[in-house]
Ligand binder design. Sequence first.
Ligand SMILES: [Fe+2]
Length: 370
Amino acid sequence: MFRLSLGHARPGLVVARSIYHANGTLLLGQDIELDNRLIARLTQLGVDSVYVKNPYFEIEPVEVLSEKTRVETVRLTHKAFEAYRKSGTLNVSDLQRATKMLVEDVIDNRNVLIHLTDIRAHDDYTFGHSINTCVLAAMIGVKLQLKEAQLKELALGVLLHDIGKTIIPAEVLNKKTPLTPEEWQQIQGHSSTGFELLRKQGTIPLMSAHVALQHHEFFDGTGYPRGLAGEDIHRYARIAAIADLYDAITSDRPYRLAMLPHEAYEVVLGSRGNKLDPAITDVFLENVALFPVGTMVLLDTGEIGVVTAIHPGMQARPVVKVVLDKFCKKITDQDKTIDLTKELTKFIVKVFKPEEIAAFGLTGASGASA
Ligand SMILES: [Fe+2]
């Protein structure tokens, strides 16, 4: 399956993962075939992406969160954020329940490579980004062998790291044209205002609140609000900075399209030691999935396949099941699998974006040109 923005969804594609409203209500069940009416209805409901089945090869990606945890985390966080927007009071116990479930799943799946279990199905960017970043930060924390209590503090802080943005007008947050100096100032103020908002809550641990305050501090001292450097920045905030960057660049934004994981890897590597803590970045880069299971790739042989497995420590050379030959004809031989750790002369030359895969399914194999 793959995740597709609703704008690229076409009739005939089959829903691979049930779609829930952020309040936990089921909107559309798994295995339902999309038609124009359903696509229009989902758009109307504010759903902006959907998981659909790969028309060439069905493979279940390894998930770090169970469906129950994902739906419940989204529901509890959405409820708390909505109540906060209305009353200015955070339901900390709901958020603690959400982060507890999330951290327990991440600990149970500690050997899963870091990848985005994208919960984002709704048009509220800050909300989706907060949960995605929280999952990524917890995964990094597990790889750094933080204790469970530390992971919960970290997760709560990261879930609320952008809470200061809730008081910034949406026109400023989603502006497609360059920001004025005043608007920049308003956006940059979100880390300090977030910290103040959280400190007023009383029940938020101080170190969690510091994630909100420090997540835009850079390792080399060029960040904001205080220009802290190195280990003067709390470890949780140094973890949050990596997760924040990775989710931001792998998501569609009003001003640019999402990067693929292997492209995002290069950006994180380029920030190692300047914006980001080099030691934590190394742990992240060693454990991040470059070509997550389910990714469709073009090999230098001209064949197109789906990543079916990844060897730990060899993320650049996954196992690929070939689904289309070099003439873009569907392979009927079920055993055409290439292990790139064994066939060293072969390599990946292109990764297909979800919308390209959807187009294959609609136009037939002839649409599968590089
Ligand atoms: Fe932020």
